[in-house]
Every structure is written in structure tokens, then in C-alpha cells.
Ligand binder design. Structure first.
Ligand code: ZN
Ligand code: ZN
Ligand code: FE
Length: 762
């Protein structure tokens, strides 16, 4: 075929999140608009397109591929190459190609779009009140994907055969549901059923939904609701009895429950929403956002005892929209599990494990492939800070600043476990799995890794792991036979995660404060001052170490840490000792003097525990970090509190909190309000940390400071420390997309392993 004047043909490879997001119809539309011929199709690496026509139109087409991409797409790269013209007459969408290495990125689950919401509420629409309405711009993705390429046959929608009307939408490039893989309607798609705790079916379809909403609104019921990534346990948020019953049955004593509210206006009546909070709340990934609760917000006391904040989210699936509309009140929506088990996501399992918790079960017949909890975040310094990264975020890829020369797996830590697989410059962090303590969590961890290795075609050759010898994640890593193990120190993992997220490869100072991490000297670290980059680190300072009387027991009983610190400081707190009991106190004080059953720790989390016990009288906690959360809440009640306790820094950068403990104890004895004591303690830690970081930065000749570790989930501490460092002209990096807690460790390990491979090769 002769080459026509001014006519050319270009093939473009498009990589990124480009499948299941309406990319092909978008390509079809712009090719038609520009009068171009050719074709587009999905394959293992994303989207492949060829266009032919007027040369200027081809250029315009290539420019618009990235610039005008649909809302859910994330184009990472467009690689064009010239081809011979063929004289093809029109533009077509071709079937997906199979074979070769899959490299297409699966999109996260996305909140119901405005178009679908309008149809959902339109009595004239064929999907009026259909709880599984979705389109190319919204709906389930990751939670239904079994394999790639992302096509209906490889999702949990495979068993549903589309009716003629749905099929027509699915095949029409001009339709909003063109190749929307979960496309469905009441005639052909999934449906609801309401089941009693005994297993009896109480209602089907819309009747099931209305009955569940009525039981929630009027009956004080606890309803297990099957959602997108697992089951929620729901009840009226303002019903003291229902919330208390849920708490008792779930065996969850103090951990706060999240709330679902029908709109941002409704949420604004419960919590104080700034612009950033509101944007995050209404974003397509719909996380739980923590924000300060209003005094007198109509929420049962048992929802979040001892917390100054409430976690709120907006409905993100059509089922949730309908449930909130019908119930007409904010609902508690907490993970469907008992105690610390992972969230339940299968019907049979729900009926068995939640039988003693829920009065009713609102089920549907679309299977969930991968359990995915709600993501949780709070706003710090005007930026999001992830506390739990899961639904809506997973499996979005994270860039590695130093590409992995060999495919790798990183196994994370133990609490708030996640894993990470990486290939080249891309890393995929798995959903929050939970504490790797029981068989169910471990199974979820193993299955999750296998699923991610398949989805993203990562066949790991290297496995990164924590140095802690008894973490189950470490044991798993070392079990993986032929893989080359790379041990990463826990706090280096925290530092590296934050550096990598900000694409930083140069060395920085890291103040890494958390509860527990295995140190290179075999002691328990957790108040660390590091200087390091992605490859390695040096410990240049730390919190003064004390004994942890009774080891793990000291985590559940913060008064033990108070006892250890008081003894170290040579100070007495008779009131606290009396409350504990003289004999117990003396026995623990004895433990704190010796090495027996009392490991040394430099943990900042444990220092917060000690001060929490001293100033709030908190003797026992039911989750790690609870005393610190309450201490922050107390400090928030005294926003103007002046004066910081002394917290001196030694010449070799050891923070010595003995004077801090002495001053706080004196304030307690003087009857000073807990809020003031908590605030003065926060000021002391912020000032000492900023001072220590500044000195470490000067000593190492660096100008960047990373603040990470679970302790920096504390907004008061993070913002005050960052402000002081900023005033000292240092650049401050805080985690944003990856959590500062151990949920970020796997990504940090991956970044370290990749950087070490490159350093060795270089
Ligand atoms: Zn939609
Ligand atoms: Zn249909
Ligand atoms: Fe940690």
C-alpha cells in the first residue's frame, strides 16, 4: 500500500492503571474525534493502540492519551513507535490478548460515581435501588479480581451471565458501561438476602435491604453487612445499648469504632472537618478519616471511649448508600471480626464466626476474592497520614527510587502486618492483614503474597525481612527456600519507607519512635535517632534505655513502665503505687532493677505508656499504644498549656527523660490537670527531638529529617516537632501514603533490598 502524503501510523504502548477504568472507550472516542483509523486492545502489559491518519491528528492523539485520560486511570508511560501505514479504514476495539508476562495494573475499588448514584435513586431507571450498580468509572475492582488481564471471566462476576440489556451496554463503545467488567442489573446480577442468626432466610432483594435498615433504625439490632472487601458489623451510632452490646459481643473493650454517615454535611455535624479532611472524605477511595469530635455530637459514648476524635467515612458502595438512606441515621460500621482476627469475607465463615455477635446478616452472592479492610487516615500538617492502607489504595503501585535489579518480596513486621512485592521500579504493597498472631492471619498473609505474585508477575529471587528472629514474617521469609534473604533492621525499615515514598535517596536524619523493634545489639529499640539512606544507617542517638519489667506484660500494663522509669529517676509516686498494690509494685520494682525477665528498651512508645499511667492513672490497656492515644487526647484538652518539662540531651545524643518523669510526677502530686501534664510532656518530647535531630543533622552534614514510627501517628507531637525543625531550616519528611506504623515496614524493606542490590552491582 502506498504511503499517502501527510499520513502516518503509530503504535503506542500505554502502561499504568489502564484496564478496567474505561481506557479503551476513551481511546476509541478520541480516535474517532480526530478521524483516525486503527485499533486498541488490552494485553498483559496494559493497553496497546495503533492509529493511522493525518500526521497532526496523530500527534494530537498522542498528547491527549495522557492529558485527557479517564478519572480512574493512572498513565505511567506512553511509548510510541512509527509503523508502516496499512490503509485501515476505521477504528476498532479488539479482544484482549493473552500470553506472555502480565504487567497490567489492577485498579483499586472505587466509590460509586455521581452518574450511577443518580440512576440508583431514579424510580424510572432499570437499576433503581439496585445495590450492585456500577460502571467504568466506579465499582469493585481489586476485591473481585482473580487473575489478569482484568476481564469478567477472571473476576468473581464470572458466574453471572449478562442479560441482553446489560450485554448491549457492555458491547457499546459509546456507553458508560462499555467493558465495565462487574456490569449487572436486577435481572442478571448479584442480589441480596437477609438471614437470621439461625440461618433462616428472612427476606430477598429490596425487601432484605429495607428490613435490615428498619432493624438498624428502630430495633437496636447489630447487623453483619457484607460489603466490598469484607463484612462490617453495623448498628445505630447513637444507640448506647446497641453499641455497648456490639462491644461486649465483639470482645473489643476500648478500640474505637468507625462510623458511616450519609454525607459530608452529616459528618460535619459529628466532627470538625477542615478542607483537607473533607476532600479526603469525599475522594474516590473513601477512607475512614479521623477528626476531632464536636462536644455533644449525637454519638453513643461507647463508640470511642477516651478518644478526642471519631473515625468517619461516607458510603462507598451502592449498598451502603441505600442502607444509610433507608436507616436515616449514622451507623457504626466496624470490621466484621471477633477480637484481633482478620475481617470476615466469606458468607459461611460470617454465619459461623459472627453468630454470637450479629442479630441479622445482610448477605449477597458476589464472592469477595481478597479481604480488604477500610483504609484509615488523619490529617497532619495539612497532608494525609495513613494509619491503615487498604481498600481504595490497594493495589496501587508505589515507585521505588532505586529500581529492584531482581524481583523481590518483603515480608514486613509482626503487628499491622503487610507484605510487598517489587519488580523494577514498581512495588505493590498488600492490604493490611493484621497481627500475625493466629492461623487465620497467617493464612491471609500467605494467600495474599501468592495472589500478588501472580497478579503482578513477580517471581521473587530476593526476600527482605525483619531482624527479629521470632517474628512469623521472618520465619516465613526464611522458609522460602531458594530466595536470597536480606535482613533489614526494623527502624531502618521505617526510615527507608518514608525516604522511598518521597523519592529520596540521599542520607537523612531519622527520628524513629515506636513501640518495639529488634535492635542490632539484641535489645528492644524504639526511640531511635538514625542517620542513613536506603542502603544503610548508623544509630547516632537514642532514648535512654530502661528495663521493661515482665517483658511483653509491660505493654499491657503501662504502670510497669511507670514503675521502671520512676525507679530510674529516683522518684516516688505513692498514689500510683497504692492503686497498683504495694506488693505488686515492689515486685515489679525489683524486676526493673535486674536483667531477669526485664529486657532493656529505648522505646519512646513505652515512655508514653509510663507517662499515661502516671498522669491518667491508666493501669491496663487493651491495645498497644492506647495510653499514648489517651495522652494525646488529654493534651488536646489543654491547647494553651505552657511550659515544657525538661528533657535533656547528653553529649552523645541520648535523650534523658529522668527529669521529665520527676517534673511530671511533681505536677501529678500537686493536683495539676491531666491535660496540662500531657501537654507539657508532648512539648518536652517535641523540643528534645527537634534539638537532637538538628545536632545529628549538623554532625552528619545533612539537611533532611524523617519523622516516622508509630509514635508519630500522634498529630500533636508530629506537628510540633516538624514546626521546630522547620524553624531550624531543616526539611521535614513525614509518611503520607504508607503508614508511619509497622504497616509501612514491608515497603521500607523492599526499598532497602533494592538499593543494596544496586549498590552491590554498582
Ligand atoms: Zn459509576
Ligand atoms: Zn442485566
Ligand atoms: Fe515499628
Amino acid at each position: 500500500m502506498a504511503v499517502l502524503a501527510g499520513r502516518r501510523r503509530v503504535r503506542a504502548r500505554v502502561e499504568g492503571v489502564v484496564q478496567g477504568v474505561g481506557f479503551r472507550p476513551f481511546v476509541y472516542r478520541i480516535a474517532r474525534e480526530l478521524g483516525l483509523a486503527g485499533w486498541v486492545r488490552n494485553d498483559e502489559r496494559g493497553v496497546l493502540v495503533e492509529v493511522e491518519g493525518d500526521s497532526a491528528a496523530v500527534d494530537a492523539f498522542l498528547a491527549r492519551l495522557e492529558a485527557d485520560a479517564p478519572p480512574l486511570a493512572a498513565v505511567e508511560r506512553v511509548t510510541p513507535s512509527e509503523r508502516l501505514t496499512t490503509g485501515e479504514p476505521s477504528f476498532r476495539i479488539l479482544d484482549s490478548a493473552r500470553g506472555g508476562e502480565p504487567d497490567a495494573l489492577v485498579a483499586p475499588d472505587t466509590a460509586t460515581c455521581a452518574d450511577c448514584l443518580a440512576e440508583l435513586r431514579d424510580p424510572g431507571d432499570r437499576r433503581h435501588r439496585y445495590p450492585f450498580i456500577n460502571c467504568t468509572n466506579c465499582g469493585p475492582r481489586f476485591t473481585i479480581v482473580r487473575d489478569v488481564p482484568y476481564d469478567r471471566a477472571r473476576t468473581t462476576m464470572a458466574a453471572f451471565i449478562m442479560c441482553d440489556a446489560c450485554r448491549r451496554e457492555y458491547e457499546d463503545p459509546a456507553d458508560r458501561r462499555f467493558h465495565a467488567q462487574p456490569n449487572a442489573c436486577p435481572d442478571c446480577g448479584p442480589s441480596l438476602r437477609l438471614v437470621g442468626a439461625g440461618g433462616a432466610v428472612l427476606g430477598l432483594r429490596d425487601e432484605a435491604l429495607r428490613a435490615a435498615a428498619a432493624a438498624l433504625a428502630d430495633g437496636g439490632a447489630v447487623v453483619a453487612v457484607k460489603g466490598l472487601g469484607g463484612f462490617h458489623l453495623a448498628c445505630r451510632a447513637d444507640d448506647e445499648d446497641a453499641v455497648a452490646a456490639l462491644r461486649a459481643r465483639k470482645h473489643r473493650e476500648d478500640k474505637p469504632f468507625a462510623l458511616m454517615v450519609s454525607s459530608a454535611e452529616g459528618a460535619g455535624r459529628l466532627v470538625a472537618l477542615g478542607g483537607a479532611e473533607r476532600r479526603l472524605l469525599e475522594g474516590p477511595d473513601r477512607p475512614i478519616v479521623l477528626a476531632p469530635r464536636h462536644d455533644g455530637a449525637p454519638v453513643a459514648r461507647a463508640v470511642a471511649p477516651g478518644c478526642a476524635e471519631l473515625g468517619v467515612m461516607l458510603p462507598y458502595s451502592p449498598l451502603h448508600h441505600l442502607l444509610l438512606d433507608d436507616a436515616g441515621v449514622p451507623l457504626v460500621m466496624t470490621s466484621g471480626n471477633v477480637s484481633d482476627e482478620p475481617i470476615v469475607y466469606e458468607d459461611d465463615d460470617a454465619l459461623a464466626r459472627l453468630a454470637a455477635v450479629a442479630d441479622l446478616f445482610l448477605l449477597h452472592d458476589r464472592p469477595i476474592q481478597t479481604r480488604t479492610d477500610d483504609s484509615v487516615l488523619r490529617v497532619v500538617r495539612g497532608r494525609p497520614l495513613a494509619l491503615r492502607r487498604s481498600r481504595g489504595q490497594v493495589p496501587r503501585s508505589q515507585a521505588l527510587p532505586v529500581a529492584a535489579r531482581r524481583p523481590l518480596l518483603a515480608c514486613g513486621a509482626e503487628l499491622k502486618s503487610t507484605f510487598c512485592v517489587a519488580r523494577g521500579a514498581r512495588a505493590w504493597v498488600g492490604p493490611h492483614v493484621g497481627d500475625l498472631a493466629n492461623w487465620e492471619t497467617l493464612r491471609s498473609f500467605r494467600d495474599g503474597i501468592a495472589h500478588f505474585e501472580r497478579l503482578f508477575a513477580v517471581t521473587p529471587e530476593v526476600v527482605a525481612h525483619d531482624l527479629h528472629p521470632s517474628y512469623l514474617s521472618t520465619a516465613y521469609a526464611l522458609e522460602r527456600g531458594d530466595l536470597v534473604p536480606v535482613g533489614v533492621q526494623h527502624h531502618h525499615g521505617h526510615l527507608a519507607a518514608c525516604l522511598a515514598e518521597h523519592a529520596e535517596t540521599a542520607p537523612a536524619v531519622g527520628a524513629v519512635f515506636d513501640g518495639t523493634g529488634y535492635g542490632t545489639d539484641g535489645t528492644v529499640w524504639g526511640g531511635e535517632l538514625l542517620v542513613g539512606d536506603l542502603v544503610g544507617f548508623e544509630r547516632v542517638g537514642h532514648l535512654r534505655a530502661v528495663r521493661m519489667p515482665g517483658g511483653e506484660q509491660a505493654i499491657r500494663q503501662p504502670w510497669r513502665m511507670a514503675c521502671a522509669w520512676l525507679q530510674d529517676a529516683g522518684v516516688r509516686a505513692p498514689a500510683l503505687a497504692r492503686r497498683v498494690g504495694a506488693e505488686r509494685w515492689a515486685a515489679v520494682a525489683q524486676l526493673a532493677r535486674g536483667a531477669l525477665a526485664a529486657p532493656l528498651t529505648s522505646s519512646m512508645g513505652r515512655l508514653f505508656d509510663a507517662v499515661g499511667a502516671l498522669c491518667l492513672g491508666r493501669l491496663e490497656v487493651t491495645f498497644e499504644g492506647q495510653a499514648a492515644v489517651e495522652l494525646e487526647a488529654a493534651a488536646a484538652t489543654a491547647p494553651g498549656a505552657r511550659g515544657a518539662y525538661p528533657l535533656p540531651l547528653t553529649a552523645d545524643l541520648v535523650l534523658d527523660p529522668r527529669p521529665t518523669i520527676a517534673a511530671a510526677t511533681a505536677d501529678v502530686a500537686a493536683g495539676r490537670p491531666a491535660g496540662v501534664i500531657a501537654a507539657r510532656f508532648h512539648h518536652a518530647v517535641a523540643r528534645a527531638t527537634a534539638q537532637a535531630c538538628a545536632r545529628a543533622a549538623e554532625g552528619a552534614g545533612v539537611s533532611t529529617v524523617v519523622l516516622s514510627g508509630g509514635v508519630f501517628q500522634n498529630r500533636l507531637l508530629a506537628e510540633e516537632t516538624a514546626a521546630l525543625l522547620g524553624a531550624a531550616r531543616l526539611r521535614v519528611l513525614l509518611p503520607e501514603r504508607l503508614p508511619p506504623n509497622d504497616g509501612g515496614i514491608a515497603f521500607g524493606q523492599a526499598a532497602v533490598a533494592a538499593a543494596r542490590l544496586a549498590a552491590r552491582a554498582g
